[in-house]
Ligand binder design. Structure first.
Ligand SMILES: [Zn+2]
Length: 343
């Protein structure tokens, strides 16, 4: 009996000892840990963090108590700039929850903006807000649509406000009437194994050869009729069309030099074997299967007003299988896709 009581008491003492040491370690840890690690889900207020720093501005005390802490470089200083610009604590919380870093940087040097309608539009850019609002008024469309169209450049005429492309060698490169390649020339052009006069960049070449041989197995016989084209070649081609049809018409089907996807070495035009055109059945096969090999049909009927080109079911653009599949599934032009997911 006695033995049993001693045993139970020992167990109780042991349990108490374990608990006390656990709480001692826990509390001790908390009090010695001066730099807390915060994260986006942690709703610690900035006040507890800023109050002991040189960034503390006493008149904002009440505001600090409502602003959530975010673990960002220069966060204290940015909060103060936004408070000086008259942003409310709620607006500041939304800004850091929803708005991209490069946009927050722009907010710091602009006048106060009402961002209520933009928190859920991930691709909006602070310096284009006036253009978005003008576009909504002019076209009576949603703000999401206006943001996308303006970002592409569509609130200005084609071939105006042209930007030169910086990431020339990326396979995801966007070339259109607002983005120019200059006289860029790819460094990894390879000839097609069965026809040396057609060149594409290496990955695009391999993917295209795979597409052609897989198509054959399904009785679709296609061949290239135009692949890589240099700046100079595009220039002479475009000039020929302008002389024949006038600039306005030529612009609907031929790119100005520097603006052709063919200059990237990632685009190829195809015809049906034995014909000087792409047969309808073959066009349908390409539309439904090209993405499996990494290509998209770049210029479609329903998107003529976005691309600025009439429908070209024969023009394939290489993007790699993952992106081509995503573009296909989302049913977007590459101009839209680039703004939403790549940029
Ligand atoms: Zn083409």
């Amino acid at each position: 009996m006695l033995k049993k009581e001693i045993f139970i008491s020992s167990i109780i003492i042991l349990v108490i000892a374990l608990f006390s040491s656990y709480f001692y370690i826990k509390n001790n840890n908390n009090s010695t840990k001066e730099l807390k690690v915060f994260n986006m889900n942690n709703k610690e207020k900035i006040f507890s963090y800023i109050s002991n720093t040189e960034d503390y501005i006493p008149k904002y005390r009440e505001m600090y108590e409502q602003i959530n802490y975010h673990n960002e470089e220069n966060y204290n200083k940015e909060i103060n700039v936004l408070l000086n610009l008259n942003y409310t604590p709620l607006e500041i919380n939304n800004i850091y929850d929803f708005i991209k870093r490069n946009n927050i940087k722009k907010l710091l040097t602009a006048e106060k903006l009402d961002l209520t309608n933009y928190y859920n539009i991930t691709n909006f850019e602070v310096d284009k807000i006036n253009r978005y609002e003008e576009y909504v008024n002019l076209h009576n469309c949603s703000l999401d649509e206006a943001v996308l169209k303006v970002n592409i450049g569509l609130d200005h005429d084609f071939y105006t406000q042209i930007e030169s492309i910086q990431n020339n060698n990326d396979y995801t490169i966007l070339v259109n009437k607002y983005h120019s390649l200059g006289d860029y020339e790819p460094s990894d052009l390879k000839s097609l194994s069965y026809d040396k006069k057609y060149q594409l960049r290496e990955k695009a070449r391999d993917a295209f050869e795979e597409l052609v041989s897989s198509a054959k197995l399904e009785n679709v016989f296609i061949r290239p009729y135009s692949a890589y084209r240099s700046y100079k070649y595009q220039q002479s081609l475009y000039n020929t069309y302008v002389n024949r049809d006038g600039e306005k018409n030529a612009d609907t089907y031929s790119a100005r030099p520097g603006h052709s996807e063919h200059q990237t070495g990632l685009a190829v035009d195809v015809w049906s074997e034995g014909y000087n055109e792409l047969l309808n059945n073959d066009a349908i096969w390409l539309k439904e299967n090209s993405y499996k090999y990494g290509f998209i049909i770049r210029y479609t009927k329903e998107n003529e007003n976005i691309t600025g080109y009439i429908e070209e079911p024969w023009h394939l653009r290489y993007l790699g299988i993952d992106i081509a599949t995503d573009v296909y599934e989302k049913n977007l032009t590459y101009d839209e896709y680039y703004d939403l997911y790549i940029k």
